[in-house]
Design a protein around this ligand. Structure first.
Ligand SMILES: Nc1nc2c(ncn2[C@@H]2O[C@H](COP(=O)(O)OP(=O)(O)O)[C@@H](O)[C@H]2O)c(=O)[nH]1
Ligand SMILES: [Mg+2]
Length: 306
């Protein structure tokens, strides 16, 4: 299966909870009235696009009705598809940032279990396939298993992994890794971090410290701070984005587990409510199941006919 087909299949449940409900509504109403609009609002709210985005879309629908762009219920679906594509395409940025001088340093943050380490493995593979020299840093020292997991990805992708031992200082690991990446002329260094510590404040302090250490070695690094969010958590993903944004300015979002979730609509809310672009999407656990986010492709998959 190609990536688009996987994405489309992955969004099946989202489509059922959203696009198909809109289609059913359209069939159920002959004309546009307040009741129809209330039902549309309910569908949007249940689709995980969020309260603000729902309000925004409802305002657009109402002005579309006024301007006669929408004259009958069946015109709602194409109208929404256009508006949602536009939201997703706003501020779309390239999938990667390259430093003026290598290495480009990418720091990966997010809570436990969202898919950070897996994403790093896939990202490493993506860049390796482009002929770039990739290094990985095992900055999640909270659990030994997290270090082993990154080592395995290193073996699979042929990327060198810089690691210390369980419980060591993640900022020291990051320091070592930056030194090695410079000395060995790596093109890209991707740093894993812990998603859980004894307290939330500890975690945020640790991320700040890692950032400080990195930027002491390379002034404009990290060039990218990717926040990994799990699509299956729906609205909670938006709250996590707010929380992490306070500790480390996030430059891009990776939305994982879009395979088989009914909450894929959260991508629309993320885009509309936080001003951080979604840069990558994950549709499975395999090495090729991560791709740059292409808004047009996503909305095509979301609104596709079965
Ligand atoms: N279905 C699916 N599973 C994923 C995806 N990304 C990661 N996972 C799985 O999510 C689990 C947690 O991933 P991990 O990378 O260890 O998360 P971390 O704690 O943030 O480092 C693992 O079982 C991964 O295989 C994805 O896009 N789709
Ligand atoms: Mg991990």
């Amino acid at each position: 299966m190609g990536f688009f087909d996987k994405l489309k299949a992955g969004l099946d449940k989202t489509r059922k909870s959203f696009t198909e409900k809109i289609e059913q509504l359209v069939v159920g109403y002959a004309t546009i009235d307040d009741e129809f609009l209330d039902d549309v609002e309910a569908v949007l709210l249940s689709a995980d696009v969020g309260v603000h985005t729902t309000a925004k879309l409802m305002a657009e629908i109402k002005s579309g009705i006024k301007s006669k762009e929408i004259q009958a219920p069946e015109q709602l679906k194409p109208f929404l598809q256009t508006k949602i594509s536009a939201i997703l395409a706003e501020g779309a940025t390239p999938d990667r940032l390259f430093a003026a001088q290598p290495p480009t340093v990418i720091m990966v943050v997010g809570i436990n279990g969202v898919g950070k380490t897996t994403t790093i493995g896939k990202l490493g593979n993506y860049y390796r396939e482009q002929g770039l020299k990739v290094m990985l840093a095992a900055g999640d020292t909270f659990r030994a298993a997290a270090i082993d997991q990154l080592e395995i990805w290193g073996q699979r992708t042929g990327a060198e992994v810089i690691s210390q031992f369980e419980g060591s200082d993640p900022a020291a690991v990051a320091f070592d890794a930056v030194q090695s990446a410079k000395a060995q002329k790596a093109d890209i260094l991707i740093i894993d971090t812990a998603g859980r510590l004894h307290t939330k404040a500890n975690l945020m302090e640790e991320l700040k410290k890692i950032k400080r250490v990195i930027s002491r070695e390379i002034p404009d690094a990290p060039h990218e701070t990717l926040l990994v969010l799990d699509a299956t958590t729906g609205q909670n993903a938006i709250n996590q984005a707010r929380l992490f944004g306070e500790a480390a300015p996030v430059s891009g979002i990776v939305l994982t587990k879009l395979d088989g979730t009914a909450k894929g609509g959260v991508i629309v809310g993320l885009k509309a409510e936080l001003h951080v672009p979604v840069k990558w999407i994950g549709v499975g656990e395999g090495i090729n199941d991560l791709r740059p986010f292409v808004p047009e492709e996503f909305s095509r998959a979301l609104f596709a006919d079965k």
